[in-house]
Design a protein around this ligand. Structure first.
Ligand code: CP3
Length: 373
């Protein structure tokens, strides 16, 4: 590594704080916008780096992680309102002692997944002398260095995978259509499941605190497989751990905005709003933003502000420019003139055209400013 800066004592002053003001519930001149997976294979400049460097090598090299984090900020000058650190949710299973590989064209692969509760003894997090901060120090270094490289242009987001989603990968050994193995743990081995979820939650909370200490200005928790659970099992196996993570992080950093993305779990909107401390709830595209807004408002009854994030179907970006503009305008209108962070309902895909993402970003600027006039 050359040209890296790991000084956490002073960072360049932030010039665009639109994301942070909105996340704190303040009225703003327009909706901030960023995109899940905004650093990724749809960008030729990202693919150029990946040709030479294996996926987790990019995550583990602060200079490379910084470079790919900053790529979309550079390409879409003045259009993005946040950067998200380049890493992966699967760095936690790695930090708990499991081997995780990223197989090109196939996705994550864990050659030795947790097959039975006995396998919990293979996890390293309860070994004496174990330190989350030491295992994941490379992420902290990437964050600190990226804060300097961003030069205060936009805030930097940190993130973790949520316990149920990480448990699903650790038990399945990769992605899955039915999650039969991971879900069968919930019903065959409820106690071992709770132990595993709870250990992941502890690591995740400590990791988020470390990311904030290293320079992350807001954080997001990804429960990507929430929708595999029904309402009752979400309430039992996901929500308590999501809530615990927020409570822990807020105990140390009460003013750092936290977002939860429980994909597919819109049945749980009220609980997420009432029973957790997340400032922002991120929505996928399967719920009407106006419905989400009124359900969340009814749930909290003015006791606190809940900001919503989302939620354009990413496949709308396969449409033509006019369709993207129209759908983005309708989306902004449905969220209303405040407390909205614009995003897609899920991540960018490798086959997306970067110029059509630009159309989305420009449309958010136009449409959301117009709503506030
Ligand atoms: O730009 C960003 O959003 C920041 C970086 C980021 C990545 N993964 C980079 C990545 C973030 C925030 C993630 C989170 C992540 N990783 C999630 C939660 C969000 C979601 O999509 O629901 C999940 C489920 C994962 C696990 C994961 N990592 C999968 C399923 C895959 C394979 C996807 C695929 O299309 O192959 C990855 C790999 C991955 N993570 C890539 C990137 C840019 C692509 C892999 C590559 O470069 O070869």
């Amino acid at each position: 590594d050359h040209d890296v800066n790991f000084d956490t004592a002073s960072f360049p002053p932030l010039t665009n704080d639109l994301y942070l003001r909105t996340a704190r519930g303040e009225p703003t001149e327009r909706a901030p916008v960023w995109c899940m997976r905004q650093a990724g294979r749809y960008l030729p400049e990202f693919r150029a780096i990946r040709v030479e460097n294996e996926f987790f090598k990019v995550c583990r090299s602060p200079a490379l992680a910084t470079e790919v984090t900053v790529q979309p900020i550079r390409r879409y000058t003045g259009l993005l309102d946040a950067a998200i650190i380049f890493s992966d949710i699967l760095v936690i299973p790695q930090a708990m002692g499991l081997d995780v590989q990223m197989v090109p064209g196939k996705g994550p692969h864990l050659p030795e997944p947790l097959r039975s509760p006995d396998d919990l003894s293979r996890l390293t997090d309860k070994q004496s002398g174990y330190s989350v901060d030491r295992e994941l120090d490379y992420v902290y270094k990437a964050i600190t260095n990226t804060r300097h490289a961003l030069n205060g242009e936009v805030p930097l987001l940190g993130f973790v995978g949520a316990p149920w989603t990480l448990m699903a990968y650790m038990v399945e050994g990769g992605g899955s259509k039915t999650f039969a193995l991971a879900k069968s743990w919930l019903f065959k081995h409820p106690e071992a499941s709770h132990e595993l979820l709870s250990r992941i939650a502890d690591v995740a909370a400590e990791f988020l605190v470390g990311q904030i200490r290293a320079g992350a200005q807001a954080v997001q928790v990804f429960e990507s497989w929430a929708g595999e659970l029904g309402p009752q099992d979400f309430a039992t196996f996901s929500l308590p751990y999501l809530a615990r993570i927020a409570t822990r992080v807020k105990a140390t950093y009460p003013d750092v905005p936290m977002t939860v993305f429980a994909k597919g779990a819109h049945y749980a909107l009220e609980q997420l709003a009432k029973d957790t401390l997340y400032d922002v709830i991120s929505l996928d595209w399967t719920i009407d933003p106006a419905v989400a807004r009124s359900r969340v408002d009814a749930a909290v009854q003015g006791r606190r502000k809940v900001v919503l994030q989302g939620n354009l179907d990413p496949t709308v970006l396969f449409g033509d420019e006019q369709t993207i503009r129209e759908r983005t305008r309708e989306m902004c209108r449905a969220f209303g003139p405040a407390s909205h962070i614009a995003n897609l309902g899920h991540g960018m895909m490798p086959s997306h055209d970067p110029e059509l993402l630009r159309v989305f970003l420009e449309s958010v600027h136009e449409a959301s400013s117009a709503l506030r006039k």
